[in-house]
Design a protein around this ligand. Structure first.
Ligand code: NOJ
Ligand code: CA
Length: 701
């Protein structure tokens, strides 16, 4: 490991120039920091000669004291550079280079007891990170951030991929529009109607001259998520922190710092997806040992509830109080999914096909009573329904070499969950569970807090820490969108935190372009539990009355490709075993595809249109390739020059049939095998809403 970090210039008091410039390691990017004559800090960013951000203000609005946004002087400037390489516990690549130049500007406010704040910038060749730091000081000890005044002023009316700035949900389809046209008023709110010109990050933008810009944040700790308010006249963006119940944003004590604000920039869309800037800005792992953390594939008693074939509930009775209820006296509704027999069926299926785990939802009491009531005591996380035998299933799963995955739907009663977490994790360890899927459906308790506010951010992070201390892996649904914290907590395998495949079962669904946008938005911060792999595309068959006209908005072959294009170390084979049994030839790809990688090549990409990604399986000479398109059919020409020269491989190509299309003929696929080497070029024909998946395995020299 190479490490180089030294101070170039430090500590000249009082006389520092009002403007500072720093370049990225190979001079691709330039950042200028400036103080106006009235002491207002601004920064601007260029990519070569092209402006990325025009002068943009920096500052903080504090409660009960003067703002930290003007009357500032430069007290000190520190510059340094850094270059080292580290290995993630799991990931898209084996090694990650962390190479940047740093500029830290200490600002002082003479009129307010000389209060100080440091703005630290890191310039990478693929982007910028910066944060505010509040050193320990007499004039600023306990303090409350009312709002952050950070601006990102775009030079023009860029094409923008956005979702509304809802404080409680990110489960929206993306709108593509000019910045000047951002307006979420006509969009149906999922939790809370927000300011119509407020959007969430990661925000993806593209300039007319081909510059790709992604705005997000890294290492969201003890602070609310940042949304962005759009000025549709000037194309300026201003940070808006999700408020707490009091209306203030963050309760802090110095020394403290904000998360990193991130700006990933490239003239190639592929490079935006390959950027490791956000991970690099996170802290190394918090755990001494990580060998217990296992990337994995799983099936689950899950989709059958979403397609109305089974229920989470055991009984149909409503208004049940958790305490004092004798569950064995309840009349079963006859279609409870999480019953011992049915779970055994999934265990058998996982064992037969070499999948590691089985998720079971609806196993524990409370589901009759949970939805939408904003009630504090719904689930206790340790009491199974009478038809779900925990010891019997523990024994059965162990005999088949399969793990059960726990489910904790908290109903967003987070106070209740926090009181019960220790007992719940003890219960898991006692019965051999190594991973938990958590969920936060509904309005948060403590009432008035938001999913993306400081209180909940701290809860998700505490949960990552606590599960980690118990050597438990976690997958969070309805959490705040990730910011690279899986580097620090590698047991935090994935989050949902966006609109997953499940929406196809219960609403208008996700349009065919959705999966071509997610990597440029939600996935910039970390892995997503999208739950790919739905084979039975039209859903009527599972329940003709309730699923009329419902379908997944892709072809079957595209569902396979998603295992490669949507990165996650925990991937569900989301459909029912009986759906897979009918297409075992296509299911072979799901069995084969890796979930941990030595290398990743983003080959072809355009947000909203298409994406082709190739990845090399960890410790193997096998490659997997996924290629997807939006609603337009396309031919993608893919050079296999990433393969080892001189090695011959067999490629198995799972492609849309000629007659396939996502709406009319989504399940038509063809599988062909072909010998390839590093000089081969594949032509992949993608149907409308379609895709192709390819496994490439060596056949000898
Ligand atoms: C929403 C989650 O995203 C989904 O996966 C889960 O099945 C339901 N909530 C029930 O907890
Ligand atoms: Ca969800």
């Amino acid at each position: 490991m190479k490490r180089l970090s030294f101070l170039l210039l430090a500590g000249f008091m009082g006389t520092a120039a009002q403007a500072q410039t720093v370049h990225s390691p190979t001079n691709k990017l330039t950042l200028n920091f400036q103080l106006s004559p009235s002491g207002e800090p601004t920064y601007q960013v260029r990519f070569g000669a092209k402006p990325v951000l025009k002068p943009s203000r920096l500052g903080m609005l504090l409660q009960g004291q003067p703002a930290l946004d003007k009357g500032l002087t430069i007290a000190r400037v520190d510059s340094s550079q850094h270059d080292d390489t580290w290995q993630p516990v799991w990931g898209e690549v084996k090694h990650i280079r962390n190479r940047y130049k740093e500029l830290a500007v200490t600002l002082q406010q003479p009129a307010s007891n000389g209060r100080r704040v440091v703005v630290r910038f890191r310039l990478y060749d693929d982007g910028v990170g910066f944060r505010y730091e509040f050193p320990q000081q007499p004039g600023l000890s306990y303090f409350v951030v009312q709002q952050e005044l950070t601006e990102f002023n775009l030079p023009a009316d860029h094409k923008t991929f956005w979702i509304p700035g809802d404080y409680d949900s990110n489960e929206y389809t993306y709108t593509t529009s000019r910045l000047s046209q951002v307006n979420s008023a006509p969009i149906e709110a999922i939790q809370l109607k927000s300011d119509p010109k407020r959007v969430q990050t990661p925000l993806m933008l593209k300039s007319d001259d081909g510059l790709y810009v992604n705005l997000h944040e890294a290492a969201l700790v003890n602070y609310p998520a940042m949304m962005l308010d759009v000025d549709t006249q000037t194309f300026g963006l201003r940070s808006h922190l999700v408020p707490s119940v009091t209306g203030a944003a963050a309760y802090l004590q110095a020394p403290e710092h904000t998360p990193w604000r991130t700006i990933v920039v490239s003239d190639k869309a592929t490079e935006v997806l390959a950027s490791k800037l956000i991970l690099n800005l996170n802290e190394p792992t918090a755990f001494a040992t990580t060998t217990w953390i296992k990337p994995q594939k799983f099936v689950g008693v899950w989709w059958e509830m979403h397609v109305n074939k089974a229920s989470w509930n055991y009984a149909d009775t409503s208004n049940i109080k958790l305490a004092g209820t004798d569950w064995s006296r309840l009349k079963p509704n006859g279609h409870h999914g999480a019953n011992t027999q049915n779970v055994k069926r999934y265990i058998d299926f996982a064992a037969k096909h070499g999948l590691q785990s089985v998720l079971v939802e609806g196993w524990n009491v409370g589901w009759e009573d949970w939805a939408g009531n904003w009630k504090e005591e719904v689930f206790d996380f340790v009491t199974p329904y009478p038809d779900f035998s925990v010891p019997e299933l523990q024994q059965y799963a162990a005999s088949k070499g399969v793990k059960l995955m726990m489910h904790h739907e908290t109903s967003s009663s987070v106070t209740n969950y926090e009181r019960r977490q220790d007992a719940a994790y003890r219960f898991m360890k006692q019965y051999g569970y190594e991973a938990v899927k958590t969920g936060y459906v509904g309005r948060i308790i403590p009432r008035g807090e938001h999913h993306d506010g400081q209180w909940m951010v701290n809860h998700y992070n505490r949960t990552a820490q606590k599960t980690g201390e118990n050597q438990i892996m976690v997958d969070m649904h309805e959490s705040v969108r990730p910011t690279g914290l899986h580097r620090t907590y590698p047991n935090w395998l994935a989050s949902e935190a966006a609109r997953g495949n499940e929406f196809n079962a219960w609403s208008t669904g996700n349009p065919p372009e959705h999966e071509t946008i997610l990597p440029f938005t939600r996935l910039m911060g970390g892995p997503m539990d999208y739950t790919p792999g739905i084979f039975q595309i039209k859903l009527e068959g599972w329940n003709p009355q309730r699923n009329q006209g419902k379908q997944v908005h892709t072809t079957l072959a595209k569902q396979l490709a998603l295992y490669v294009t949507l990165y996650s170390p925990v991937q569900m084979a989301a459909d029912l075993p009986e759906a897979y049994e009918q297409h075992l030839d296509a299911f072979q790809f799901i069995k084969d595809v890796a979930v941990d990688w030595d290398d990743t090549r983003i080959l072809l990409a355009e947000p909203g249109d298409y994406l082709t990604t190739a990845r090399k399986a960890k410790g193997k000479e096998e490659w997997y390739l996924g290629s997807i398109t939006d609603e337009q059919a396309r031919t993608q020409t893919v050079k296999l020059d990433f393969l080892t020269p001189g090695t011959r491989y067999e490629a198995t190509i799972y492609a849309d049939a000629k007659s396939a299309s996502w709406d009319k003929n989504p399940m038509a696929y063809q599988i062909r095998k072909q010998k390839v080497d590093s000089k081969s070029v594949l032509k992949l024909q993608l149907a409308a809403g379609g895709g192709a998946a390819v496994s490439i395995k060596p056949v000898g020299k």
